[in-house]
Ligand binder design. Sequence first.
Ligand code: FAD
Ligand code: AMP
Length: 479
Amino acid sequence: MSQQYDVIVVGGGPGGYVAAIRAAQLGFKTACVEMWQDDAGKDRLGGTCLNVGCIPSKALLESSELFHKSQHELATHGISAENVSIDIAKMISRKNEIVDQLTGGIAQLFQANGIEWIKGRGRYLGDKVVEVTAHDDKVSEYKATKGVILAFGSLPIDIPVAKMDGEHIVSSTGALDFAEVPKRLGVIGAGVIGLEMGSVWQAVGSEVTVLEAMPDFLPFADKQLAKEAQRTFKKQGLDIKLGAKVTNAEVKDGEVVVSYEDKNGEQSAHFDKLLVAVGRKPNTQDVLGENTKVVIGDRGFIEVDEHCQTAEQGVFAIGDCVRGPMLAHKASEEGVMAAEILAGQAGHVRYDVIPSVIYTHPEMAWVGQSEEQLKEASVDYVKGDFPFAANGRAKAMNAAGGFVKILADAESDEILGAHIIGPNASEMIHELIVAMEFYAASEDVARIIHAHPTLSESIHEAALAISGGAIHKVNPKKK
Ligand code: FAD
Ligand code: AMP
């Protein structure tokens, strides 16, 4: 007889661990199967996000930006700081400590919520039975009486033209642990991860070249925002080569020689390290037994409906291993939804209000639709924008680049999209997420008192600008 739980979650990343905690809160006897071990063989919860993703990358972005500011910004405040240096080993160990604390925190939360952490690799066999192969190869089976939540996550995509060796040619995980600043860093892929990791090492002194096959920069973002970002990165010295498709990368005499094709033909570049950041793929190889109806589609994603329900009743799949943006907060919300549906509650994710953030300097954040998407869908919209250059707080912070843009339905005035590039964009976007969650009109935001002087006043002004009422800029003449 296999051991029984009400709910079994497979995968302990931000999808799985959140699903497990919510399930336990709702009164289910819950287990979470997680196989992650760090380089020292220590078992870890938290998945990609806490171990090698969101958290460590933000820890490094913070350290590297502080160093960069010490070199390039302090003088404008009249502060002279000579001989400032950075100890990369210390920067990395600080990052590791944060990861340790947070992953350990999840283990404590599991304990406090009475969640059983089953250590090992899980396979879903069907009929709510999960097989687990422990680290010592012992195989056990566990039965869920109520439901199963599959949260296998994702892995970096490797491309045959740039085989990762873990030393010179690395994935994002390797780029979180460089022992020293690479003099020349190549990055394949100008996606979110490539830009964030490129920024980290550029800020501490690397010459960074980003090779991107597509002709457009950030094609998934609003064009005005992408253009502003490209302009700013160029000014910062980040060499972004668009329309540059990497065809080969090999290590010769201790350096990486990269061949790529662009509009002028075959090119080559030499780097000390090469980061391959060409996207991630669902981690769904050999995770299903033969007797389940759960389906893995063509591109490796588990097929689910809008409630993350798979083809087998009571079996859900969430996070990076299913359709939708590969984001931690999307995974977590799906985890909450699945647990609540199992408890007989409504369970719902508003997929049209999932924020996207790029944590570079400047930060970029957006929610809802871009101008291009609205045009494509023939939606009649109005826009209001406001530059941080006219915001007193941004000036005081020496961060007066970028803008806030709000897009609203021309007839109903409902906010359909919001796009921010500039200081604290990742935090500021939430005012507009709340507005969109409540189906607010731009006038609702325009009528809210915003404290002065704050960066958030730029949101207020952008909302005011929609009706031509922005105070601190000249509004375009009405046609
Ligand atoms: P994962 O976090 O990948 O977790 C899946 C877990 O399941 C893993 O722990 C794995 O060991 C375990 N597992 C898999 N298969 C099995 C099995 N068969 N048995 C047992 N356990 C199994 N997202 C953001 O929203 N914001 C960010 O700033 C951000 N930054 C990122 C930076 C980097 C460098 C990277 C790589 C990613 C970043 N992401 C970010 C993406 C984010 O990490 C993922 O979207 C998120 O982790 C997905 O959560 P998940 O639970 O679906 O999967
Ligand atoms: P993302 O999926 O957002 O992380 O972005 C990955 C990026 O890598 C995409 O914009 C791809 O166009 C880009 N890419 C994939 N393969 C190559 C390649 N061989 N050379 C250059 N860029 C690539």
